[in-house]
Ligand binder design. Sequence first.
Ligand code: GLO
Ligand code: MG
Length: 346
Amino acid sequence: MAKPTVYRFCAGPWNFSEGQDPYGPPTRPPQSFDWKLSALRELGFEAMMFHDDDAVPDIDSKSRAQVLKEAKELRKRLKGEGLVAEMVAPRLWFAPQTVDGAYTNNDPKLRRYAIDRSKQAIDIAHELDTDLLVLWLAREGSYIRESKDAGRCVDYLVTACNALLAHDPKIRLAIEPKPNEPMDVAYLPTIGHTLALAQLTRDPKRVGTLIESAHAILAGLDPADEIDFAMAFGKLWSLHLNDQNGLKFDQDKPFGSANLRVAFNQVRALERNGYGRRGEYICFDVHPFRTTRPEHWLKHLDNSRKTFLRLLDKARTYPEAQAAALITDRNYQDLDQLVLEHLLGK
Ligand code: GLO
Ligand code: MG
């Protein structure tokens, strides 16, 4: 029997957010990047995810040489803290150039900006010693259906992926689908769309995916099924575990917070497919509840990991033989209750 996977955990600096929402200001005082680094270490997490401008602040005002120099320095700091960079993601949704789309902007000059900035993000990834570029396509979609040609936008997305794959023969692209927010409708809403797009690129083997639990729920899908689907293609290269209470704004709740059974099934899917065995991390894309006090600032991450580990124990002790017998007998009433009793414990 294969040895049980020892999971390793990861989060991004944005997961230590200060509580700002579209209707109100921050609710906690700002903290420095160094504070976030040592907080992660204190939590026992082993890796950090980076937007390109988390790694190098004010990125657009700096020369390429300066950007790479700062990235190199960051790698040293990470090493000093005993952390590694899990991925880099170009933050293509803040710059004035990407206000109306990044890779799918109607203006070729602005599409060029998005591609050039992403190539630079690959160079940062290289300096940080990771071969994973995450693409959350925040502004690739529309508010007004008639404002863009969705078919042409598929070509633009393929063109962008091809340019990035050509820029670095080792880089792997993990596309993080999300069906809406900030856009009304996004062009790549699900894992299926993402993997289909990968097939159109010059090197499909290097285009994979990242599943975020909340995004799957927002698409009306079960995140565990999304995990099984992506892993059937060998394409789940990163993961944003969190939770979401139905079809609302993106909530980024602690893992398992809204639906423990859905969370349990995600852990089971990861286990049965061997996630983590090729070095993948369990990343939590979670935020503190808005009114969390500063002294409880790290709890959402610590609790997400605790819940993950508790559910891992539940996955490993699930009465498989008993469940199989109930399935054979089509006794789904008792199968349902078996799962509930198992989760409830003694
Ligand atoms: C927002 C996304 C966001 C991305 C992150 C990495 O809905 O989940 O947090 O994961 O920017 O690209
Ligand atoms: Mg995410």
